[in-house]
Ligand binder design. Structure first.
Ligand code: C5P
Length: 211
């Protein structure tokens, strides 16, 4: 069983995916990390994240062992990720890893949950359960701003909002696998929902699809 979760930045995909994985004993892959690791690798090499040649090389040499690096959680990594992710050669270099994770999650797992931007449309188009998690731009910027404050990262709300707008715009307008809900996805606007509400809705939807 594969659960595909897509949506824009800070909509609550990661929190939801982690809770679902724990509840159902599924393996979890945050696919944003692959793009973040690629973007950071380019920056470390002193390259430009929009340079297709260096970005593809970086995508082919990322190491899953480094996915816990806190540097991947920064806005600099997010911004570099959104640039490298618009390059088709980068997307195809990262596709096999994601597909094989979904097909063979390993261990005693009963299935896999993947979250990202194109899981239901490109990576796992045959996933039986697809969720598209969204929320208004202001709510998402507010959530991200609070999260940064809690982590003690100094930030300005207007800047967070601006960064999010730019990233959404890039992710939605690119020609390679743009951010969009699959036709058969359950779309949840979480602007006025609690994390518990979202979790309960998602679980009952997955249970329906599992039968
Ligand atoms: O989900 P996260 O915010 O970590 O993703 C960082 C960036 O990576 C996104 O803004 C997007 O550009 C890219 N991404 C993608 N496809 C995915 C996951 C992430 O293009 N499946």
């Amino acid at each position: 069983m594969i659960v595909a979760i897509d949506g824009p930045a800070a909509a609550g995909k990661g929190t939801l995916a982690r809770r679902i994985a724990k509840e159902l004993n599924f393996a979890y892959l945050d696919t944003g990390l692959l793009y973040r690791a690629t973007g950071m690798k380019v920056l470390h090499l002193g390259g430009d994240p929009e340079d297709a040649v260096i970005a593809e090389q970086a995508a082919r040499s990322i190491d899953p062992e480094t996915f816990n690096d806190p540097a991947l959680r920064t806005d600099a990594a997010a911004s570099a990720a959104s640039k490298v992710s618009a390059i088709p050669a980068v997307r195809s270099a990262l596709l096999d890893f994601q597909k094989s994770f979904a097909a063979t999650p390993g261990g005693s797992y009963q299935g896999a949950v993947l979250d990202g931007r194109d899981i239901g449309t490109v990576v796992c188009p045959n996933a039986p359960a697809k969720l598209f998690i969204t929320a208004s731009m202001e709510v998402r910027a507010e959530r991200r701003f609070k999260e940064l404050q809690e982590r003690g990262v100094e930030s300005i709300y207007a800047r967070v909002l601006q960064d999010m707008k730019e990233r959404d715009e890039r992710d939605s307008s690119r020609s390679a696998a743009p951010l969009t809900a699959a036709d058969d996805a359950l779309v949840l606007d979480t602007s006025d929902m609690t994390a518990d509400d979202v979790f309960a809705k998602a679980l009952s939807y997955i249970a329906e699809k599992r039968d």
